[in-house]
Design a binder for this molecule. Structure first.
Ligand code: ATP
Length: 290
């Protein structure tokens, strides 16, 4: 499948723009959306899910205009919104059966599919108690399961790992990695490491705009030779922070190890370059595009 998004703009009102002239082309595989609060990640996901209409721009899925024909994507869409709500009195079976009915998914295999999904998100043991008694992470997992009910070909997860413990994060990754060959999967996260372990490609967004999209090695290249480490006295840290863009600090016995972004010709004395990762590149890119 190919999803072609061109010159997408979403204006909520005269003062609020969610997306501005946003163009991106997606094919099967996992795209990680990274961006600070207000970058436009949810706005983009809502427009692709046809929950929200763009002010301008086009979205074509395999050549079909999904703004004009939303039904074309809805029947193959799985969507976990950021503010996913549940019916607290229903148990997991009942809830998934209800969502299946809403999506027009039925047939003989439905119960088996529901069980498979409940196993996939590790909720089998709790499937018969009301969802209202679930923890936040368990509710999130039922949200993940409902998105997968209709065997989707376009899967959109807005902050899917919120509330999941490390073990459940791994389980989530496994669940969606298996689908990525035949599916366009888009997921947003504030946790760079979640995207890092799973995404084939990464799109970095800020202020409603796409800063860049590419494979992880391509994105990481932006920060090469731009990130350094130095040991300084704790008392010098405030002055250091006012001069450099500090990414991270780690307290040593009587010093602080500071990781920071700088041009090579402006680094602090005794600094050493570091091997950069996706988080460094993300911070570098969003810092340079205020
Ligand atoms: N319904 C709305 N009405 C007015 N402005 C909105 C609305 N929804 C989003 N916005 C604004 O659009 C911009 C993009 O918001 P969006 O929720 O898409 O960002 P985000 O990247 O998903 O952020 P977060 O990570 O905080 O969820 C923000 O400035 C936000 O305040």
């Amino acid at each position: 499948m190919v999803l072609e998004i061109k010159n997408l703009t979403k204006k909520y009102n005269r003062h609020k723009t969610g997306l501005e002239d946003y163009s991106i082309t997606l094919e099967n595989g996992i795209l990680g959306l990274l961006g600070p609060n207000g970058a436009g990640k949810s706005t983009l996901m809502k427009i692709i899910s046809t929950i929200s209409k763009p002010t301008q721009g086009t979205l074509f899925l395999d050549g079909v205009d999904i703004v004009k024909s939303p039904g074309h994507i809805r029947k193959i869409l799985g969507y976990l919104p950021q503010d996913f709500g549940v019916y607290p009195n229903l148990n997991a079976y009942e809830f998934l059966s209800y969502i299946a009915a809403m999506k027009g998914v039925g047939g003989k295999g439905l119960n088996q599919r529901i069980e498979l999904l409940l196993e996939g998100v590790n909720l089998m043991a709790d499937a018969k108690r009301p969802i209202g008694t679930y923890s936040g992470g368990m509710k999130q997992r039922i949200g993940i399961a409902q998105a997968l009910l209709n065997d989707p070909k376009v899967l959109i997860f807005d902050e899917p790992t919120v509330g999941l413990d490390p073990e459940e994060r791994v389980r989530f990754r496994q669940l969606i990695s298996d689908l990525a060959d035949n599916c366009i999967i888009i997921l947003s996260s504030h946790i760079v490491s979640d995207i890092e372990t799973i995404a084939d490609e990464v799109a970095v967004m800020q202020g409603g705009k796409l800063i860049t999209k590419g494979s992880q090695p391509d994105i990481i290249k932006y920060a090469e030779n731009k990130v350094f480490e130095v040991l300084i006295a704790p008392a010098s840290l405030p002055a250091f922070k006012s001069k450099y863009r500090v990414i991270d600090t780690a307290r040593q016995i009587d010093q602080v190890r500071v990781r920071y972004i700088s041009d090579l010709n402006a680094i602090a004395p005794s600094s050493a370059p570091v091997k950069v990762g996706l988080e460094d590149a993300y911070l570098f890119l969003t810092q340079n595009n205020p």
